[in-house]
Design a protein around this ligand. Structure first.
Ligand SMILES: NC(=O)c1ccc[n+]([C@@H]2O[C@H](COP(=O)([O-])OP(=O)(O)OC[C@H]3O[C@@H](n4cnc5c(N)ncnc54)[C@H](OP(=O)(O)O)[C@@H]3O)[C@@H](O)[C@H]2O)c1
Length: 289
């Protein structure tokens, strides 16, 4: 089985460099494909209350543990809260609700999913969840540098990660450099460009793939991990699932890493200042789909 390397976060805990993301997966798809992923050797799972599949994730995880495939300690399970959960008076109850839907005693990582609403005052509730042993690490997603600094201004626990759009066309070196002093680990969403095939046709990626005897998708994932970025590519295809895990065995040369880092960047992306409509409408997380 492929050994999954880990990165060390600023709280001393480790995080597996590659996992399985379940964004836009129905509960039935999670029941089928997440178990395939665990059986293949995936140990890191990325879900969210706004993915409406926490119940199914919990069922699969508990079944895999009961079947002796894996122990809870060997798994790294992340969920995220949408902004409706941030107000301090609400946040603790919503963390409990996520744990209840998952049927777990603790999360390895919990993130504020989107930088809107009362994230500054809500951060204290996240810290209390760590103190109560309900969550081991806490972090952010889609926060730009200024908004990360707003959290740092009130934090007694520094965010351990920031999960943002990262792939070879969005290498996000700018925010990562600006916040280098925080020790925040970056997780990359859309690591394979969300299915944009033209990303996999970039000449620097194709050349490295041919030299390494790997697929372009494997080269992209290997580059991201070499950059210190955690990835959780999503796939419903068992062949891709195995291929993505095996990307950890692909060794890129320094020249190949530099060539992929030099790929022309798409217009710089960060989420807009005003909350988009979809952020305001996902509000009844008890309704699993
Ligand atoms: N925090 C956030 O706001 C946020 C936002 C978006 C996503 N995420 C996280 O990031 C994860 C990944 O995002 P994503 O699924 O949208 O994008 P992605 O992983 O970049 O792309 C998924 C697409 O890549 C294809 N693919 C996967 N493996 C492949 C391979 N080896 N070769 C060729 N194609 C391959 C999949 O098709 P097949 O099914 O055919 O393999 C699918 O179309 C999510 O599941 C979620 O955990 C977080």
């Amino acid at each position: 089985m492929t050994t999954i390397p880990s990165f060390t976060m600023n709280n001393g805990r480790t995080i597996p460099a590659l996992g399985y993301g379940v964004f836009q997966m129905t509960s039935d798809e999670v029941r089928t494909h997440l178990r395939q992923a665990i059986d293949l050797g995936y140990r890191h799972i990325d879900t969210a209350n706004a993915y409406f599949n926490e119940v199914a994730v919990g069922e699969v995880v508990r079944e895999a543990i009961a079947d002796g495939v894996v122990t809870r300690e060997e798994l790294f399970i992340t969920s995220k809260l949408f902004p409706q959960s941030y107000p301090y008076a609400q946040c603790g109850a919503d963390i409990d609700a996520t744990l209840e839907r998952l049927g777990l005693d603790y999360l390895d990582l919990l993130l504020f999913h989107q930088p809107y609403g009362e994230y500054v005052s809500g951060w204290r509730a996240m810290e209390e969840a760590v103190e109560a042993g309900k969550v081991r690490s806490i972090g952010l997603s889609n926060f730009n540098a200024a908004k990360v600094r707003q959290i740092l201004d009130v934090a007694t626990i520094t965010p351990a990660v920031n999960q943002i759009l990262i792939n070879p066309r969005q290498n996000q070196h700018e925010i990562r450099t600006k916040l280098a002093d925080t020790g925040i680990v970056y997780e990359g969403w859309y690591p394979l460009g969300h299915g944009d095939k033209t990303l996999l046709e970039e000449p620097a990626i194709v050349a490295a793939a041919e030299r390494a005897g790997a697929s372009p998708a494997q080269v992209v994932l290997a580059w991201e991990v070499a950059e210190g970025v955690v990835v959780f590519p999503k796939t419903l295809n068992p062949t891709h699932m195995a291929e993505n895990l095996a990307a950890l065995n692909v060794a890129l040369t320094d020249e190949e890493i530099a060539a992929i880092s030099a790929i022309e960047q798409a217009p710089y992306y960060e989420v807009p200042d005003e909350a988009p409509a979809f952020v305001l409408t996902h509000n009844d997380y008890s309704q699993q789909r």
